[in-house]
Design a protein around this ligand. Structure first.
Ligand code: 3PG
Ligand code: MG
Length: 418
């Protein structure tokens, strides 16, 4: 990688500002905020272990949710501070602010190998605004900078962009953490010259969100398998019936252009050939926003491409899942982004689970490299208990999508070149 990594730094006795992405999902249970998935925290352990071994004074900074400059207690990082010691097997101090006297005093008292977690950076609106004075104040806390927050690297915020710029101006080094390095390797370098066949499997709701990724991958992949609600837009573009399925009717041109490009480049571009559908029924209840609550009734398989007028698709059908799984099992490089259906509901999870199983088989039996592009596909894989059985799972959602599109991430651009 062309950027410095934490391996390149001499950190002994020095204060290191470490930006991490501890924006983890939480649920309120009996008045307490409880973390429901600690993956993003665990994945920073190699970087923290290394920094501790090398004798750094570690200042961890992160955001949680989008409090928009308000001190919303539901978005405090305190529950993270409480869990951290268990997850990284080291004591961690916490201050309920990310700036000010208390923070400075605590930082001043850090000894080699000590770890301090600061409170949610987004309690200050200056963080998202990348406000220069705020960045200066944060930068004053440290001598060196490490970014291990791949999941937030697509944001040009103070802690991801402003602070490293200030530290670099002072001739302090700014480096990628080990997680950041792995993310860039698997979502970047590994896909530059993939072992073939290179099979890409894309799902999710919207063509509009994925079109740039599709466009870029059409230049590298041998086969692209499409699932999720996105597939209905492609079907509509082909003039098929999609019933009442979720669709972006204004994106059919984009869909046709992608298919034309696939054909021109000899990329196999597969759409579902059958579906799991249900009927949306108004049960006379309303949600908090006052919209009618619809119940999905009569889930059933439609063994053909065309969906009846009263039904909506919620998963790929069993025949599609079988075809996709076969293609995946023959892959040598697999990139998966986006579920095949509404997998949170077990009635519509079979397609996603079959695909997940095939990805694992290709990895374990054929030595394929399987790379999971973050967000919902990671959630689905973990739900199926298969998370540990693929080559790499990204901790980024939006960041992985932007990176796969070929965008330069501001949080990476701000790091020092080797
Ligand atoms: C994420 O969870 O996607 C990252 O932590 C970034 O959060 P954001 O989308 O609120 O900027
Ligand atoms: Mg996000």
């Amino acid at each position: 990688m062309a950027k410095l990594t934490v391996n390149d730094l001499n950190v002994r006795g020095r204060r290191v500002f470490v930006r991490v992405d501890y924006n983890v999902p939480m649920e309120e249970k009996e008045g307490l905020m409880v973390i429901t998935d600690v993956t993003r925290i665990k994945e920073t352990r190699p970087t923290l272990d290394l920094l501790v071994q090398k004798g750094a004074k570690i200042i961890l900074a992160a955001h949680l949710g989008r409090p928009q400059g308000r001190r919303d207690p539901a978005m405090s990082l305190r529950p993270v501070a409480t869990r951290l010691p268990d997850l990284i097997h080291r004591p961690v101090a916490f201050v309920d602010d990310c700036l000010g006297e208390k923070v400075e005093k605590t930082v001043g008292a850090l000894k080699e190998g000590d770890i301090l977690l600061l409170e949610n950076l987004r309690y200050y609106e200056e963080e998202e605004a990348n406000e220069p004075t705020f960045a200066e104040q944060l930068a004053r806390l440290a001598d060196l900078y490490v970014n291990d927050a791949f999941g937030a690297a697509h944001r040009a915020h103070a802690s991801t962009e402003g602070v490293p710029r200030v530290i670099a101006r002072r001739a302090g080094q700014c480096a990628a953490g080990l997680l950041m390095e792995r993310e860039l390797k698997f979502l970047g370098e590994e896909l530059e010259k993939p072992a073939r066949p290179f099979v890409v499997i894309l799902g999710g709701a919207k063509v509009s969100e994925k079109i740039k990724v599709i466009d870029r991958l059409l230049e590298k992949a041998d086969t692209i398998l499409v699932g999720g609600a996105m597939a209905y837009t492609f079907h509509l573009a082909r003039g098929r019936k999609i019933g009442r399925s979720l669709v972006e009717a204004d994106k059919t041109e984009v869909a046709l252009a992608a298919e034309a490009k696939a054909q021109k480049r000899g990329v196999k571009f597969l759409l579902p050939i059958d579906h799991v559908v249900a009927t949306r029924v108004d049960i006379g209840k309303r949600n908090k926003q006052g919209q009618p609550l619809l119940e999905l009734q009569n889930p059933r398989v439609i063994p053909q491409v065309d969906i009846p007028d009263d039904a909506a698709g919620f998963d790929i059908g069993p025949e599609t899942a079988r075809v996709y799984a076969d293609v995946l099992r023959g892959g040598q490089t697999i990139l998966w982004n986006g579920p095949m259906g509404m997998f949170e509901d077990p009635r519509f999870a079979a397609g996603t689970n079959t695909v997940a199983q095939a990805v694992v088989e290709a990895t374990e039996k054929n030595g394929a490299k399987s790379i999971i592009g973050g967000g919902d596909s990671v959630k689905a894989l973990n739900l199926a208990g298969l998370g540990q059985r693929v080559t790499f799972m990204s901790t980024g959602g939006g960041a992985s999508l932007e990176f796969l599109q070929g965008a330069v991430l501001p949080g990476v651009a701000a790091l020092s070149d080797k």
